[in-house]
Design a protein around this ligand. Structure first.
Ligand code: PHE
Ligand code: NA
Length: 506
């Protein structure tokens, strides 16, 4: 007997959970560096345009699909059109892959949260991160093939992250996921807000802000800057890979969709710009201490920013330990709530197709993901493999999913207006024809351009100098695996009747 479909307790629970999903590592360590490298203050223009023309429209499309067809990605998309179930499982598979490595970064942040108090990384923070902590294998320019040399300092927090994840997923949407977000979102704002304010009072903070915001207007004519803006928006809003479809399916039949959507989108972007201010104020301080200009510094984004550059500046601050704890605590909270959201997609889809209970789904999926996560990433080649898989899953996987979604809904099935009417039937803020235009014309054109140029550059230039064989396996192999998983899972039998459902009442 399948359990009754879960629901968010109300609008606030939905909004906080959706913000919890959107606000993640991307806001803290990705946005500031991307903005800095792509025109600084001038980046805000493409960024805002990307938000308004692709981010918010596709977010609304996800909401409409999930809410109207009441299911996680495979079920809801199957109800749109049978064969679209493939796309749903493709999205589920992306979520699974991302979860497998996202958990690892949260584990690192958890370790560094603890290390903060004793400034345990010492003076050589780069050596500490890759050597002492990760014990990264020295492959000396060769391909970083997988090993089974486990690193206990990573393994232990990683297991903790997975246990906490399984427990919350098993508790369910309203009793688990939503509760965590009710606690962590305000706490994240408090911790990160304190950090930003503190950073603004550091000597050199103004130089950091100048470096970030000084506009390079020439950047706006560079297509790569626009690609960077659109891909930041995609990743950052968590759209087009099943999360928002799933979340919207847990809303009540008559739930306002568009206004909370705007709140989520602007909260996410607001947090991102806020993080840019905090991170660059802090970087300004480090540059000031080292007597160099920010332009001459490396490690301004990604794992190196968080685990090498930040520890270095924390060590040079008065009461730096506390600052470090706020930073890594924020990473843990932002990352963990995003991790829960991606795994909820996987869990929901297996519950629906195979009739598993929440607890069964949480334990089975959690264990399998944990095993992959441990085998692939708590070993001495962990960091390198992670980076490659991330590159492909994000840049190829998610963008492909977005292209297919907009092309199929907009052109093949011509269902855009149906989705627009659905949004307008339940929402207070109505969406006009501009929305359909974004879904049918702008989205496919911009996204296809983005996807093709990414594929070309990965094929032509490779990635980080690894051999074609390695990239074939770790990069393109990841994509191939996603496609195979989608086909196999679609072909399996539904244990419940997928095509009978009571749509929202007209
Ligand atoms: N949106 C998140 C961020 O900006 C990223 C994310 C990735 C969220 C995967 C969920 C799943 O960091
Ligand atoms: Na985000």
């Amino acid at each position: 007997e399948p359990e009754k479909r879960e629901e968010f307790s109300g609008q606030l629970g939905f909004i906080l959970s959706a913000i919890g999903s959107a606000v993640g590592l991307g806001n803290i360590w990705r946005f500031p560096g991307v903005a800095y490298e792509n025109g600084g203050g001038a980046f805000m223009v493409p960024y805002l345009i990307a938000l308004l023309t692709a981010g918010i429209p596709i977010l609304f499309l996800d909401y409409a699909i999930g809410h109207r067809f009441r299911g996680s990605a495979p079920l809801a998309l199957r109800r749109v059109k049978r064969w679209l179930e493939h796309l749903g499982w493709f999205q589920v598979a992306i979520c699974f892959v991302i979860a497998v490595y996202y958990a690892v970064i949260i584990a690192w942040a958890l370790s560094y949260f603890v290390y903060s108090f004793g400034l345990q990384w010492g003076d050589d923070t780069a050596g500490f991160f890759t050597g002492t902590y990760l014990q990264l294998a020295d492959v000396g320019g060769a391909d970083p093939w997988f090993t089974l040399d486990f690193v206990p300092a990573v393994l232990i927090p990683l297991v903790l992250v997975w246990v906490a994840t399984i427990i919350v997923l098993a508790a369910g949407v309203a009793k688990g996921l939503e509760k965590v977000n009710f606690v962590f979102m305000p706490l994240l704002l408090l911790a990160f807000g304190t950090l930003v304010v503190r950073a603004l009072f550091l000597p050199g903070a103004a130089d950091g802000l100048n470096a970030l915001f000084t506009p390079d207007w020439g950047a706006m004519t560079d297509p790569n800057v626009w690609i960077a803006a659109y891909s930041q928006i995609f990743f950052s809003l968590s759209i087009a890979f099943g999360i928002m479809i799933t979340y919207a399916s847990y809303r009540k039949r008559r739930a306002n969709l568009t206004s909370p959507g705007f709140v989520v989108a602007f909260a996410n972007s607001g947090f991102e710009v806020f993080a840019g201010i905090g991170v660059f104020a802090a970087l300004g301080f480090l540059a000031n201490q080292q007597g160099v200009a920010i332009a001459e510094m490396d490690g301004l984004s990604g794992p190196i920013l968080a685990f090498v550059t930040f520890p270095a500046l924390v060590s040079q601050m008065p009461a730096g330990g506390l600052f470090g704890a706020l930073f890594f605590g924020s990473l843990v909270m932002a990352g963990y709530t995003s991790l829960l959201s991606i795994l909820q997609v996987v869990s929901a889809s297996f519950q629906e197709k195979f009739g598993w209970t929440r607890a069964q789904a949480a334990i089975r999926i959690g264990l399998v993901a944990a095993v992959f996560s441990v085998l692939a990433f708590s070993t001495t080649t962990g960091l390198i493999a992670l980076d490659t898989v991330d590159q492909w899953a994000n840049n190829i996987g998610i963008v492909t999913s977005a292209v297919v979604t907009t092309v199929v809904i907009g052109w093949v099935l011509r269902r855009t207006e149906e989705m627009r009417f659905h949004l307008n039937a339940v929402s207070t803020i109505k969406v006009g024809r501009w929305w359909s235009f974004c879904i049918i014309v702008l989205g496919p054109v911009v996204l296809t351009y983005m996807l093709v140029s990414r594929i070309v550059s990965l094929v032509v230039d490779g990635y980080e100098g690894y051999s074609g064989t390695y990239l074939g396996v770790a990069g393109w192999g990841t994509i191939a695996l996603l496609v195979v998983a989608a086909i196999v899972l679609t072909r399996m039998r539904w244990r419940v009747e997928p095509d009978v459902f009571s749509a929202w009442p007209r």
